[in-house]
Design a protein around this ligand. Structure first.
Ligand SMILES: NC(=O)c1ccc[n+]([C@@H]2O[C@H](COP(=O)([O-])OP(=O)(O)OC[C@H]3O[C@@H](n4cnc5c(N)ncnc54)[C@H](O)[C@@H]3O)[C@@H](O)[C@H]2O)c1
Length: 240
């Protein structure tokens, strides 16, 4: 589980552990990772924190090796970590573009590549990647991020074709708006709230557990005949 030191990643790690999964809590922020592990262990689950920059191939390989060593390999990978710089599209510099694609796209590929042999060895698995509603809506001031989240949909569809014959399912979740640091970048929270209450079909704000529920669904056998899909979990904000 990447990006599990905060937000939707933490909620999903906690939910997976509650279902009995042994969780590798991976990400950049050591304190947040330890807090997630503590939440899990206090509730009776099993988890370890592994500091990992998902854009660094050697670090990702080490994370996968740790999963193999501690738990005998991975059945599930949740690609969740992401960065989301905000601003007009023509103001982003090259370094920002590269960092967004290095984390939000290349990082998902590196993590998938590292655990793939373990899943094959274990007879199958499930890869769940977090995209974003912003890809479908085409939000402004988030261009590299929106483009990267579209890439996650393409990545998911292509990998589903290649991994399916090995018994590995590959799906994505596109969250709407959830109360984490990611949404805090929006400059006018009241306007955002009013827009959501007007445009969502369901007239309540999403909570991280809504995403965690979808992660648990894709991770487990209840979705055993589902692959290549992107599920929008957005209270009916975007209907397609
Ligand atoms: N909150 C929302 O409304 C919303 C909407 C759509 C999509 N999302 C997606 O949900 C996912 C989780 O975001 P969140 O809302 O919980 O925000 P968040 O900022 O709390 O979580 C992002 C996590 O990624 C980690 N991270 C960043 N770069 C990393 C790297 N190189 N290696 C490892 N970890 C790294 C961060 O430390 C953080 O824990 C992201 O993919 C985000 O794009 C969120």
């Amino acid at each position: 589980m990447t990006g599990a030191s905060s937000g939707l990643g933490r909620a999903s790690a906690v939910a997976l552990a509650a279902e009995g999964a042994n969780v590798v809590v991976a990400g950049l922020e050591p304190d947040g990772l330890e807090d997630t592990v503590e939440l899990i262990t206090r509730a009776g689950g099993r988890a370890i924190a592994v500091a990992t920059d998902i854009s660094d191939a050697a670090a990702v390989d080490a994370m996968a090796a740790r999963a193999q060593h501690e738990y005998g390999g991975a059945d599930v990978l949740v690609n969740n970590a992401a960065i989301y710089p905000y601003g007009p599209w023509h103001d982003f510099d090259e370094a920002t573009w590269e960092s967004v694609f290095n984390v939000n796209v290349k990082g998902y590929w590196l993590c998938s590549r590292s655990v793939y042999p373990q899943m094959i060895e274990r007879g199958g698995g499930s890869i769940v990647s977090i995209s974003s509603i912003t890809f479908f809506m085409g939000n402004e001031n988030l261009m590299p991020y929106v483009a990267s989240k579209g890439a996650v949909v393409g990545f998911t569809r292509s990998l589903a074709r290649e991994a399916g014959p090995k018994g590995i399912r590959v799906n994505a979740i596109a969250p709407g708006a959830f109360p984490t640091r990611a949404i805090a970048i929006h400059p006018d929270q009241q306007a955002l709230h009013d827009d959501l209450m007007r445009d969502q079909s369901l007239k309540r704000r999403g909570v991280p557990e809504d995403i965690a529920n979808a992660v648990v669904f894709f991770a487990g056998d209840r979705s055993s005949f589902v692959t290549g899909q992107t599920l929008l979990v957005d209270g009916g904000l975007y209907l397609h």
